[in-house]
Design a protein around this ligand. Sequence first.
Ligand SMILES: Cc1ncc(COP(=O)(O)O)c(C=O)c1O
Length: 410
Amino acid sequence: MKKIPVTKPCFTEKELLLVKEAMDSGWVAQGPKVAEFEKKIALHEKVAEGVATTSCTTALHLAMKAQGMKEGMDVIAPAFTFVATENAIVETGAVPVMVDIKRETFNIDPEQIEMTIQTKYCRKSGKLVNKESGNILWGIVPVHEFGLCCEIEEINRIAEKYELQVIEDAACALGAKIGETHQGGFGNTSCISFHPRKSITTGEGGMILTDDPELAKRMRELRTHGSTVSADARDKGKGFLLPEFHEAGYNYRMTDIQGAIGLAQAEKLDVIISEKRRGASLYDRLISDNLPEFITPREPAGYFHTYQSYVCMLDLATLKLQGTAEGGIFRNELLQRLEDKGIATRQGTHAVHMLDYYKNRFDYEPEDFPVAYACDHLSITLPLYAGITEEDQKYVVDMIRKTIDEMGEK
Ligand SMILES: Cc1ncc(COP(=O)(O)O)c(C=O)c1O
């Protein structure tokens, strides 16, 4: 049976060569390879500083701590995202306040952000205070979901109007742009992921991008237990005594083995993105010709989608299904039948308000964020990676067509 994975990392001999170089040098913890990788990614995204971390989750946590997010604060975030967005906020002690998304883009809806601010908060001594909990609104953590930038310029306008901070969760969006501006270039800190399902991978890994050198310095200190001297600077002869620690930090350091992989991967980034964009436009055509039950992902005018994931929605009307719950049952059966045929697909991501921890803590109902709930139940990610063949993409679409027809005959 033909097996098609949902994604596949793109490795060549270069990764092995650079990893060997790191190992031969004897320096495998965070060191020169990570520093070079940080510079390369920052340059690609046209941002001054990159701070590598162990994952995007730790990148988000580090950026949030460094920018003052803490207990007693609220933070607006989308209800449809990978749970790490909200988990990082919870880790700082702050409270995530969820907002619904737009179905067409899967990204946070700026109008809902403004409505949430206006209904939940009042101004007291210049601060926006939650009318129920008394928490102060810190800011917004928008997500560039599946490789498409959110409406970040509009979100920045709202942030400026209400004097809020913004950290962009760009886990999926390395290389994504609006016009010629890359994610991370809109004046906020942004955090990217190098998990294998992302454009390029270091196994696990993340990076914070910022144009603020002071903030980057602080994040580098916090990344190394709050140390005033980095491990490799100490190795380069900054003394034998342990450095000073002004605050309690973390060990969120990427290794040079990962940095080496990242350097080899960074060389392929633009090729990987253009391969995925080619694959996405082929799916667009194949689906429009063969699968009226599918709504394809959208790339709004002026936006550059990197298609970290190619995520479709089921069209309930065409399928003659009654609602989100029934659609969800159909979607899950379709995913299972495709899995049985050797084709790996996934739901897009989750409606975080319906995950046990958040549902129980905040007493959420599905309809609190109906679009997120619908996208949770009706989204389907198709296999897409650099190197997927036209023949395999046609096979995927043919098998979906066949499977939906089979399900209709039941
Ligand atoms: C939107 C979003 N944020 C954060 C993360 C967490 O990234 P990592 O796995 O690198 O911690 C992910 C990972 O899938 C994600 O999709």
